[in-house]
Ligand binder design. Structure first.
Ligand code: PLP
Length: 495
């Protein structure tokens, strides 16, 4: 590989605690005491006294600290480098969000605290709801769902309750082949049948295809917008009219709102329900960085079905309304992941309306920069302009027997987290790149250079790619065995 390209974030190695240290070493040494050990033991219940553990590692404090510090560096995160995972919006999480969430009034608030002592927290939830409603152009928002998929499920429960109330038996939900994989899963979990609809040659959902499927059995359509090709579904409004004409509801999966904030409002293009991901668009940590949140926004006729409680305001007072007779009930303990909401609120306030719009515009510009710089090296299956992410595949590399997996693995050698691969399913061997707006031109150029170097290697030394990654602690793994027979404990090695 070219010496100066890429960084070495993923070059890591660390023995197990059991393999370092030696007998008699310890992290802390206590002063000798005259206490009679036997007497001491007698003063505790026998069950609480631990017997010596065989082979317990004995190590010094520096060994211990270095071990865990180095382990913490194995983790590749948005604080380490570019994380171009398409459909995931791995943007940087500003530290001011963390400071706000750590304020004792928020961090130490107890969910059973009476309303009168929780006015600040309730006010924040009420304001955040208002901002999210404004950003999406919807009427009310529940903050309870813990993730995007959970927001989808909540929406399906609301749709079911809505049609039951109307005495209509609708059993099917239309889902385009460019939708996110969680969509059909949420639909079937709620007892609906997912009806796939093919996107057209431009990667867009076509009104005629929806019209052909639309009848009185269809409860809703779920449109991921922008779809998983990063393409804005520009027929969405017309499609919404087709669905509404036959009495159906329109759901927008807004996990990818990072392309649209301040530019398009779902409520203005026929949407009845939409979720967003605070842990994508609104810069709160994902998964391992903490819990997420997938607030669900709805239009007026669906407000009565939202989960309880809703935060209401009366004069200067905020209160929790549990008295919603048609509500689907609770979908989460208490009020959702409150501290994630605090982080998102801090982000929205810090950015302001103009700032959010600029974030979307920059995210789209960054993705298009990567798209235009890489298109001579990687095949672009859809020419339709795309927004916040771009999807390539491995067609150009096929003649050298190099696949998307090889390219992704080789990126690890260049110090980058690979993009999303083999998704969306409508693209064979997809490489889905979402750089987000928080990356600098220099970082994007470094990534582009690494991708170009890999394309060259694919031509001239494909065997290198087949063996990649070679500079990481663990090289190419048997992915099937790793998934089917994971070895997660040290003692398993000795079996
Ligand atoms: C990420 C994503 C989801 C699911 O969100 P989770 O928080 O991971 O459950 C749904 N739809 C789209 C388009 C997404 O990108």
């Amino acid at each position: 590989m070219e010496g100066s390209v890429g960084t070495t974030h993923l070059v890591i190695d660390e023995p197990l605690l059991f393999d370092i240290g030696s007998e008699g070493r310890s992290a802390v040494r206590f002063a000798e005491t005259k206490t009679d050990e036997k007497k001491l033991k007698e003063s505790f219940p026998a069950a609480m006294i631990r017997e010596p553990i065989e082979d317990f590692p004995e190590i010094s404090q520096p060994e211990l600290v270095r071990h865990y510090t180095r382990l913490s560096q194995w983790n590749y995160g948005v604080d380490t480098g570019l994380y171009p995972l398409g459909s995931c919006t791995m943007k940087y999480n500003p530290k001011v969000n963390e400071e706000a969430a750590a304020l004792p009034g928020f961090a130490l608030a107890h969910p059973h605290q009476p309303e009168v002592l929780s006015q600040g927290a309730l006010r924040l939830m009420h304001h955040l709801e208002g901002y999210l409603a404004e950003i999406t152009g919807m009427d009310r928002v529940t903050l309870q769902p813990s993730a995007g998929a959970h927001g989808e499920l909540t929406a399906m429960m609301i749709i079911r309750a809505y049609f039951m109330d109307r005495g209509e038996r609708r059993t099917r939900v239309i889902i385009p082949d460019t939708a996110h994989g969680t969509n059909p899963a949420s639909v079937s979990m709620c007892g609906f049948e997912a009806v796939p609809v093919k996107s057209g040659p431009c990667g867009l959902l076509e009104p005629e295809a929806v019209r052909a499927l639309m009848n009185e059995d269809v409860a809703a359509i779920m449109i991921t917008n922008p779809n998983t090709l990063g393409i804005f579904e520009c027929n969405a409004k017309e499609i919404a009219e087709i669905v509404h004409d036959r009495g159906g509801l329109v759901y927008f999966d807004g996990a990818n709102l990072n392309a649209l904030m301040g530019i398009v409002r779902f409520g203005d293009i026929g949407c009845d329900l939409a979720h967003m991901n605070l842990h994508k668009t609104f810069s709160t940590p994902h998964g391992g960085g903490g819990p997420g949140a997938g607030p669900l926004a709805v239009k007026g006729q669906l407000v009565p079905y939202l989960p309880v409680p809703m935060v209401e305001r009366e004069g200067g007072n905020y209160w929790l309304n549990y008295d919603l007779p048609r509500s689907i009930g609770k979908v989460r303990s208490f009020y959702g992941n409150f501290l994630i909401c605090v982080r998102a609120y801090a982000y929205i306030l810090a950015m302001g309306g103009e700032g959010l719009k600029r974030a979307s515009v920059t995210a789209v510009a960054n993705a298009n920069y990567v798209r235009s710089k890489l298109r001579t090296y990687y095949h672009l299956p859809y020419e339709t302009p795309s927004l916040h992410e771009c999807v390539f595949n491995d067609r150009k590399q096929h003649e050298n027997d190099v696949t998307t997996l090889d390219i992704a693995k080789r990126l690890i050698d260049y110090g980058f987290h690979p993009p999303t691969i083999y998704f969306p399913l409508v693209v064979d061997g997809a490489l889905m790149i979402e750089p987000t707006e928080t990356e600098s031109r220099q970082t994007l150029d470094q990534f582009i250079e690494a991708m170009r170097a890999i394309a060259e290697e694919a031509k001239h030394s494909p065997d290198v790619l087949k063996r990649a990654p070679m500079r990481s602690r663990i090289t190419r793994v048997d992915e099937v065995a790793a998934a089917r027979k994971p070895v997660l404990r040290w003692d398993s090695f000795n079996l």
